[in-house]
Design a protein around this ligand. Structure first.
Ligand code: GLU
Length: 463
C-alpha cells in the first residue's frame, strides 16, 4: 500500500507556524514511507476568500522547500462531488432530509441544555413518513449510530472513545445546497486516496463525525495522528503577543528554511536529545513514535541557535543574496560594491549573526552609502584628539603599499605607539569615522575589504 498523507490548510491570509508544522510532519511521514503528500486548499469560505491568501499558503510551503504530489486541489471546486455523495447517502438510507424550522431547532437546543444532553437534534425526520411541509428547503442529515461507542485509535493520543449519545445526526448538506465542512473533508480525503490524516488536535473531535461518514459510505477509515498544540514560551496559546506567528515573518526576519524545518520538527517530535537534525536525517527517522502527547512551547532562543548553526553551513553567495533581499525589501540604498564587500566578509559575518537580518545589521559598514551620519557615541569619539588620530591614520593608510589585514594592523599599531596610546584608543575613533557608529565587524579586515579609496573617502568625510 502506498502511504498518502495530505496537507489541507484553510487560506487565512498567512501560514501559521502550526500549519507549517502540520505540513512538515505530513511531508516527512510520506517521504519516510516512500509515499505521497497531497495538497488541498480548503477554500470553501467564499465570503472571506482571496487569491492572495491562497498564494500566501503556497509561497509558505515553497519557501519551506516542502513539495507535494499531484495538482493542488481546491475544495470549493469539488462542491458538486460533495453534493453527489450527500444524495448518494440518502439513496442508501444512510442520510435523510430534515425539514425542521429554526424555531423547532431552537426549542430542541433549549431542552437538551436543560437536560444536560450534548446532542440536541431529536432525529424527528430520521425515519419519518410525514409529508414534507411546503415551502421549507430541507437539509440533509446523516444517520449517526444510535447506540454503542465510537473508537478512534489515534497514533498520538491513543484509544479515545465516545458514546453514540454524544453524536447527533449532523448536517452534511445545508438547505442552500452547500456541503458542510465535515462532508467535504471526508469526500476529498477519500477521493485523493488519503491513507493517513496527520493534523492538529483541535480537529480531534471532528474525527468521530467524519468516521460516521466513512462508515456510511463503506470507505476505509484513514489512520489518524493528532498533533498537540504549539504554545507560546509562557504556556498560553501561541499568538502575536509572543512574536511572529506566520512563516512569512520568519522568512522576512532572515531565518533559513532548513533551520525552520529543523526547528518545527522539534515541536512535539524528538529523537533522543538531538537538536540539530538535517532534513535527510529527519526523513530517515521520522515516525509517529517520536511524537509526544503534550503541547510544545515555542522557544525563540532555540530557534536562533538552530538558525545560526545553519547559517554557518550556508553557502556565502546565498547569504549575500539573502542579505541584499533584506536591504531591498526595507528600501535601503546600498553601494554597487556592497555585494563584493559582503562576499569578502561573509566567512566572518556568518559566524556572528543569528539571523540574516542580524547579519545585515552587523554589516552596516559594508552597505552604507553616501554621507556618514554619526550617532551620538561615535560623534563623541571624534573630538579634537580623536580627529587628530584619525588624520594620522589616514596618512599612514594612504602610504601603505600592501593594503592587507596584517599591514593595516601594523600601521594602526605604529600610530598607537607614536601617540603613546593603546591600540583601542586608536581604533575607536577610526571605527566611528568609518561607520558613524561604535560597532563593526573586525576592523582591520573590514578596512582591507573596503579598500584604500573607500577608506580614505570615509575618513575625509568624517573629519
Ligand atoms: N483546513 C483545516 C485547517 O486548516 C484542516 C482540516 C483537516 O486537517 O482535516 O485547520
Amino acid at each position: 500500500m502506498t502511504i498518502v498523507t495530505r496537507f489541507p490548510p484553510s487560506p487565512t491570509g498567512f501560514m501559521h507556524i502550526g500549519t507549517a508544522r502540520t505540513g512538515l510532519f505530513n511531508w516527512l511521514y510520506a517521504k519516510h514511507n516512500k509515499g505521497k503528500m497531497r495538497f488541498r486548499i480548503e477554500d470553501t469560505d467564499r465570503a472571506r476568500h482571496s487569491e492572495a491568501a491562497v498564494e500566501a499558503i503556497i509561497n509558505g510551503l515553497k519557501w519551506l522547500e516542502i513539495d507535494w504530489d499531484g495538482d493542488i486541489i481546491s475544495q470549493y471546486a469539488c462542491g458538486a462531488r460533495h453534493t453527489e455523495i450527500a444524495h448518494e447517502l440518502v439513496k442508501r438510507g444512510e442520510a435523510y432530509y430534515c425539514y425542521c424550522t429554526p424555531d423547532e431547532l431552537e426549542k430542541m437546543r433549549e431542552s437538551a441544555k436543560a437536560e444536560g444532553r450534548i446532542a440536541s437534534y431529536d432525529r424527528r425526520w430520521r425515519d419519518s413518513k410525514n409529508t414534507p411541509p411546503a415551502g421549507i428547503k430541507p437539509v440533509i442529515r446523516i444517520k449517526a449510530p444510535l447506540s454503542g461507542e465510537q473508537l478512534v485509535n489515534d497514533k498520538v493520543q491513543g484509544e479515545v472513545r465516545v458514546n453514540a449519545e454524544q453524536l447527533d445526526d449532523f448536517i452534511i448538506l445545508r438547505s442552500d445546497g452547500v456541503p458542510t465542512y465535515m462532508l467535504a473533508v471526508v469526500v476529498d480525503d477519500h477521493d485523493m486516496g488519503v491513507t493517513h490524516v496527520i493534523r492538529g488536535d483541535d480537529h480531534f473531535n471532528n474525527t468521530f463525525r467524519q468516521n460516521v461518514i466513512y462508515q456510511a459510505m463503506g470507505w476505509d477509515i484513514p489512520v489518524y495522528a493528532h498533533l498537540p498544540l504549539i504554545l507560546g514560551p509562557d504556556g498560553a496559546k501561541l499568538s502575536k503577543r509572543h512574536g511572529a506567528t506566520g512563516v512569512e515573518e520568519y522568512r522576512n526576519l532572515g531565518y533559513l528554511p532548513e533551520a525552520m524545518r529543523n526547528y518545527l520538527l522539534r515541536l512535539c517530535w524528538s529523537h533522543g536529545d538531538d537538536e540539530i537534525i538535517s532534513t535527510e536525517q529527519a526523513i530517515e527517522w521520522f515516525d509517529f513514535d517520536g511524537i509526544g502527547k503534550s503541547p510544545a512551547r515555542f522557544d525563540f532562543d532555540k530557534l536562533n541557535f538552530i538558525n545560526s548553526h545553519y547559517m554557518k553551513l550556508a553557502d556565502n553567495n546565498r547569504l549575500v543574496d539573502l542579505s541584499l533581499d533584506i536591504l531591498n525589501r526595507v528600501g535601503h540604498s546600498y553601494s554597487p560594491s556592497t555585494k563584493k564587500y559582503l562576499f569578502a566578509a561573509m566567512d566572518e559575518l556568518k559566524t556572528r549573526a543569528k539571523t540574516i537580518a542580524g547579519l545585515v545589521d552587523d554589516s552596516r559598514i559594508y552597505w552604507m552609502t553616501g554621507a556618514i551620519t554619526m550617532d551620538e557615541k561615535a560623534a563623541a569619539l571624534l573630538d579634537v584628539a580623536g580627529i587628530a588620530i584619525v588624520k594620522k591614520l589616514g596618512v599612514a593608510l594612504k602610504n601603505l603599499s600592501n593594503f592587507d589585514n596584517a599591514n593595516i594592523e601594523l600601521a594602526c599599531k605604529a600610530i598607537g605607539e607614536s601617540e603613546g596610546v593603546k591600540l583601542g584608543k586608536v581604533m575607536m575613533p577610526l571605527r566611528a569615522a568609518l561607520t558613524g557608529t561604535t560597532s563593526s565587524p573586525s576592523l582591520f579586515h573590514a578596512i582591507e575589504i573596503l579598500g584604500k579609496d573607500e577608506v580614505l573617502r570615509r575618513i575625509e568625510q568624517s573629519i
